[in-house]
Design a binder for this molecule. Sequence first.
Ligand code: PLP
Length: 217
Amino acid sequence: MYKEIAEYTNTHHVKLVAVSKTKPVADIQILYDAGQRIFGENKVQEMVEKYQSLPKDIQWHLIGHLQKNKVKYIAPFVSMIHSVDSAELLDTIYKEAAKNETKINILLQFHIAKEETKFGLAIEETTNLLDKLDPRYANHVSFCGVMGMASFTSDENIIRNEFRALKTIFQTIKNKYFSADPSFCEISMGMSSDYKIAIEEGSTMVRIGSAIFGHRP
Ligand SMILES: *Cc1c(COP(=O)(O)O)cnc(C)c1O
């Protein structure tokens, strides 16, 4: 399935994050050899171990909920954090990036699904956060866009509306805070079951696991 998906995303000018969580490094190496460079993980320790044993030009994306006390382990090498869902986490990322004399790419994660369990910001929370943003953050944090997960449902209309809502949130924030910043350009939405809908609704980055690697245990 990898070839078809890579071709599909490529044709649509959408970045493909191959979600390799739970999968062994051998599986990742096969995709690497086929040309894939962006891999997504949701657990810090697993990502660190894989980073250490795989080629150094892999771009590692942290896609799952991130605890503040674990940011330090990934700050030296992480390519993008998709799951920034609080002002406190953002502040920790800033501090750890400063310590490492680096700049970390982040996405603001929004709660767009009906489910209670999914992490993410609300729009008001975000405007509060961005209104009061310390200008020093710009030295070590690059705001690259937004991320969201649709509801787990077979109802395509619900999924489509949630993706549409995320696109609207992206536009609102872009216009208000990042209109002159070309880095703020990504809408990370779409997984194995809904990436084609997400791309129709304006996704620039899809996160696909099981459709590439097979089902997870
Ligand atoms: C696991 C995961 C994915 C990939 O899910 P699949 O359905 O296997 O494609 C995408 N995004 C996040 C945040 C995930 O945790």
